[in-house]
Design a protein around this ligand. Sequence first.
Ligand SMILES: Cc1cc2nc3c(=O)[nH]c(=O)nc-3n(C[C@H](O)[C@H](O)[C@H](O)COP(=O)(O)OP(=O)(O)OC[C@H]3O[C@@H](n4cnc5c(N)ncnc54)[C@H](O)[C@@H]3O)c2cc1C
Length: 368
Amino acid sequence: MGAPIGIAGAGLSGLVAATRLHEAGHGVVVWETRNRVGGRTWSPPLGPDSLQLDLGAAWHWTEHTRVHDLAEQLGIERIRQHEPGIALYEPRAEQPVQHFPWPDTPPPSWRLEGGTQTLAQHLAAALPSDAVKLNHRVTQVQQTDAGVQVHVDGPNGAAVATARRLIVAVPPRLVAHTIRFDPALPDSLASAQRNTPTWMAASGKAVATFADAFWHQQGIDGRVVSHAGPVAHWHDAVASDGRAALAGFLHPTGLQTLATEGKAALHKAIRTQLAHCFGSDAPAPTAIATSSWRTDPATTPPDADPLYVEHPPTPPSVITRPHWNGHLLWASAETATEHPGYLDGAIEAGERTAQQVFEASPKAASTR
Ligand SMILES: Cc1cc2nc3c(=O)[nH]c(=O)nc-3n(C[C@H](O)[C@H](O)[C@H](O)COP(=O)(O)OP(=O)(O)OC[C@H]3O[C@@H](n4cnc5c(N)ncnc54)[C@H](O)[C@@H]3O)c2cc1C
């Protein structure tokens, strides 16, 4: 077999690219710096019932048809987000919580049973057993006549691998700050990568499990909007079999507590907030977990603040087209044109890079 196609990053975009290439008969190797697949999808089990809750991406909407189609293809059940009903508003920690009706007008959204990380886990499980190399960080890429040389730091030290092509499925801003290219990338590309915000990299999440969804018995839908923090808004995250949970986004005060006082202090503040919102008689959470993506070096460059954006921008074409005569290609949700930054965009980017490889080398089977 000739040299494989290399992929840096086993997030959703990298694994979609790897899957499509493998299905077409190409050899693939995926280097992933973390000790797990999924990247910004992360759904570790929590609490006595081992409920898998999303500490990264959670939802998709009607127009995100690629997520719908991939979940269906992989046999993953979708759960309609439970929203309409009575919501809570917490103006300040020392003021009473208010009840208000939440209108059933926003477009419907869905979660995935088992969390969004199951997409990546299913895709990785269907690849050859040695295709995904966890704990392997791509540090440098060199152009050669036949393809690329990929420098990788792994558990056994640094090594250099040969690949026919390399798909970089790492957020562009992280690429610009952490991977070296020889020859250097054109200024227009490097600067576009540096200036492309990694969507949601400035955020953090909190999830909490409960013995039961007591808020439903109180006529509350699980949504809490808070100006006090440490969680800015909570949402219902009950599984389809009834295992009870809430999930939310950290308020700046929560991120501040995490940065200055640590996880134990943040989790204590979350318990206090939940008791304030639902009443001191309400059942306490059975477990809490939190995430901060701005301090995660596999999402946010350690030496650069995440760029905050309300909505991810459409990328310039320089960060989506192949370079080095088609040997260097760019995945990552941020390079998608239809829903950049989203799960749907990650799938689009993975499929686009696989297509770019097919167009450059249509006879896949003969290259194995
Ligand atoms: C808190 C949060 C909430 C979100 N909510 C939603 C939501 O509700 N709906 C939605 O559609 N999207 C949401 N998103 C965005 C969604 O998670 C992303 O669009 C998607 O997961 C991106 O996939 P990706 O493969 O492009 O990138 P990533 O998931 O970032 O994957 C990149 C991979 O590359 C690895 N890597 C990095 N550097 C290297 C290196 N040098 N060598 C090897 N590997 C490397 C990383 O570890 C990672 O696994 C959210 C994101 C966050 C953080």
